[in-house]
Design a binder for this molecule. Structure first.
Ligand code: NAP
Length: 487
C-alpha cells in the first residue's frame, strides 16, 4: 500500500458521482427503518458519496439521529424517491410494510436481516420478504456486516459482503454499491443461498470448534495424568497433602504437554498426506475427509498451541512468587545448615536448567513468529515462498527445539525408577511420542530417494502412467526428461 493510500481518511465525504468506473456512485439509496443498522448504513452511504433518503414511521423524532446530508421522511415518501431500498427492519415487522407494496413494485429491496437462531424459520428472511413483495426484486446482503463495522470503516472490520439474488442485474447493482462503500462483494449465487448467508453471523467460531475440543481433550487427559502423579500418588503412598499444587504446578506441567503435542499435530497431517501420496503414487487422489478437515484446521491448532505455550511461560515465570516455593526454599536452607552442607552447587543440574530455559525461550519466540505470520493481514504481505518458509521450515525447527526443551527437562529422569509413580512414566515421555514420530518421518522424507519421488508426485507425476516431467538438477536448474512411471 502506498503512503498516499495510508494518508487517506478512513471515511470522508467524497463525490464519486459521474465516475464511469462506479456507475452506482452518486445515486439515491433508500433505507427503511431508523434503528442502529439504518443509522450506520446511512452514515456510511453518505460518506461514500450517495444521496440517502430514510423512511421512518416517525421521521420528525428520528431525523436528529441521522447526518444532515440524509433526508428523513415517511416510509412511502422515501420509497418513491429511489429504486434501491435497504430494508433495515426486523423480519417480524416486514408485514407492516405491506401497504407500501405498490410503491415498491419494480424496485430492488435489500434484505439485511439476521435471525436469532440458526435455521430459525422454514424459509430465509429474504425469501419471506420476496413472497410479501412479489413485484419487487429482493437481494440478500450486508447482514454479515455489523452496524459497528459500517461506522468504523471497512478497513477496521470484516470487508466481505455476501450477496445473493435470483436477479443478476439487481445483484450487480448491490455489488457496485458495496464496492463504492469500500466492501468486497462476494457473489453467493441465487436466493436459495440466503439461508446459509443468514446463518453465518450466528455461527460461533466454526473453524475453531474442532481445535478447541482437541485442546480441551488433551488438557483434560494430561491434567488427570499429572494430578495422579503429583497429588494423588503422594497422598496414597506417603499421606502427604499436595492439593496446593493443583492451581499452578499441575496446570503448569499440563500446559506445555498440550502445547507441544498440539504443535506436532500441526505437522502430522502433512506427514500423513505425504505418506498417502507416496503410497498411491499420485497427488490427484482425494484425501479422506478427516485428513482434509485436519489439514484445514492446522492454523487454529497452531495458534492454540502457541496460546498454551505462552501461558506456560507466564506460569513458569510466576513459580518463584508462590508462598509454597518460599517455604520450600527456607526448609531446604535450614536442612543444609543443620547438616552443615556448604557447597550445594550441582554442575550438571546448573547446565541442564540453563539449556532448558534458553531452548524454551527460543521455541516460544519461533512459535510467536508462526502465530503472527498466520494473521491474515501479515500473511497477505508475504509472498508464497516467505509464508511457506516461516510456516513450514521455521515451524518444523520450532518443533525440533521444543523437543530439545522437553528432553532437557527430562534429562535422565526417564531412567530413574522413582519417577514411575504407580508405574506411570513421567508425563514428558508420553508427550514425546507424536512429535518424535513427526520428526523421524520428516527426516525420512528428506532422504534423496524419497524426496525426489515426492517432488515428482507433487509436480503431477503419477504411478502407472508414462508422462513427461521436469526435475530440478543438482545445480537447482530444471531439466526435462521422459520417464516411465515405475522409475
Ligand atoms: P433496531 O435498532 O431495532 O431498528 C429497527 C427499526 O425498524 C426501527 O428503528 C423502526 O424504525 C423500524 N420499524 C419498521 N417497522 C417497525 C415496526 N412495525 N415495529 C418496530 N420497528 C419497526 O434494529 P437494528 O439493529 O437497526 O436492525 C435492523 C435490521 O438490520 C434487522 O433485521 C437486523 O437483523 C439487521 N442487522 C442489524 C445489525 C446490527 O449490527 N444492528 C447487523 C446486521 C443486520 P422506525 O421507527 O423509524 O420506523
Amino acid at each position: 500500500m502506498s503512503r498516499g493510500d495510508m494518508a487517506k481518511p478512513l471515511l470522508g465525504h467524497r463525490s464519486l458521482e459521474g465516475d464511469p468506473s462506479m456507475p452506482a456512485a452518486g445515486r439515491t439509496i433508500g433505507v427503511l427503518g431508523s434503528g442502529d443498522f439504518a443509522r450506520s448504513l446511512a452514515i456510511r452511504l453518505v460518506c461514500s458519496g450517495f444521496k440517502v433518503v430514510v423512511g421512518s414511521r416517525n421521521p420528525k423524532r428520528k431525523a436528529g439521529l441521522f447526518p444532515s446530508a440524509a433526508e428523513v421522511t415517511f416510509q412511502a415518501e422515501a420509497v418513491k424517491k429511489t429504486d434501491v431500498i435497504f430494508v433495515a427492519v426486523f423480519r417480524e415487522h416486514y408485514s407492516t410494510l405491506c401497504d407500501l407494496a405498490d410503491v415498491l413494485a419494480g424496485k430492488i429491496l435489500v434484505d439485511v436481516s439476521n435471525n436469532t437462531e440458526i435455521n430459525h424459520h422454514k424459509e430465509s428472511n429474504a425469501e419471506y420478504l420476496a413472497s410479501l413483495f412479489p413485484a419487487s426484486t429482493v437481494v440478500k446482503g450486508f447482514n454479515v456486516v455489523s452496524a459497528w463495522t459500517l461506522q468504523s470503516g471497512a478497513r477496521d472490520g470484516n470487508k466481505q459482503v455476501l450477496i445473493c439474488s435470483n436477479n443478476q442485474e439487481a445483484k450487480r447493482t448491490i455489488a457496485e454499491i458495496a464496492q463504492v462503500m469500500g466492501f468486497t462483494p462476494v457473489d453467493m449465487g441465487c436466493m436459495s443461498s440466503a439461508c446459509e448467508i443468514e446463518n453465518i453471523p450466528l455461527r460461533l467460531l466454526p473453524a475453531w470448534k474442532i481445535p478447541i475440543f482437541l485442546a480441551l481433550g488433551l488438557f483434560l487427559c494430561f491434567f488427570t495424568y499429572n494430578l495422579i502423579r503429583q497429588v494423588i500418588h503422594p497422598f496414597i503412598r506417603e499421606q502427604k497433602n499436595k492439593l496446593y499444587k493443583i492451581p499452578i504446578e499441575v496446570v503448569n506441567t499440563t500446559l506445555p504437554c498440550v502445547a507441544y503435542v498440539m504443535l506436532s499435530l500441526v505437522y502430522l497431517p502433512g506427514v500423513l498426506a505425504a505418506c498417502s501420496q507416496l503410497y498411491y503414487g499420485t497427488k490427484y487422489r482425494r484425501f479422506p475427509d478427516w485428513l482434509d478437515q485436519w489439514l484445514q484446521h492446522r492454523k487454529q491448532i497452531g495458534l492454540l498451541s502457541f496460546f498454551c505455550a505462552a501461558l506456560h511461560a507466564v506460569y513458569s515465570f510466576c513459580l518463584p512468587m508462590r508462598r509454597s516455593h518460599r517455604y520450600q526454599l527456607i526448609e531446604t536452607a535450614v536442612k543444609q545448615a543443620v547438616e552443615k552442607k556448604m557447597n550445594i552447587w550441582v554442575e550438571e543440574e546448573v547446565w541442564r536448567m540453563e539449556i532448558y530455559i534458553s531452548v524454551g525461550i527460543i521455541a516460544l519466540g519461533l512459535m510467536s513468529l508462526l502465530a503472527i505470520t498466520s494473521l491474515p493481514s501479515i500473511a497477505n504481505s508475504l509472498n508464497w515462498r516467505e509464508f511457506s518458509f516461516i510456516q513450514s521450515t521455521l515451524g518444523f525447527i520450532a518443533l525440533v527445539i521444543s523437543t530439545l526443551h522437553t528432553l532437557t527437562y527430562g534429562w535422565s529422569r526417564a531412567f530413574d525408577e522413582n519417577q514411575y509413580k504407580f508405574y506411570l512414566p513421567p508425563t514428558y515421555t508420553l508427550t514425546l511420542l507424536v512429535p518424535c514420530t513427526v520428526i523421524l518421518a520428516k527426516v525420512i522424507f528428506s532422504l534423496p530417494c524419497i524426496r525426489q519421488r515426492l517432488l515428482r508426485i507433487r509436480r503431477g507425476w503419477e504411478k502407472g502412467r508414462y508422462v513427461k516431467f521436469v526435475l530440478p538438477s543438482a545445480t537447482g536448474e530444471f531439466s526435462s526428461g521422459e520417464t516411465s512411471s515405475n522409475v
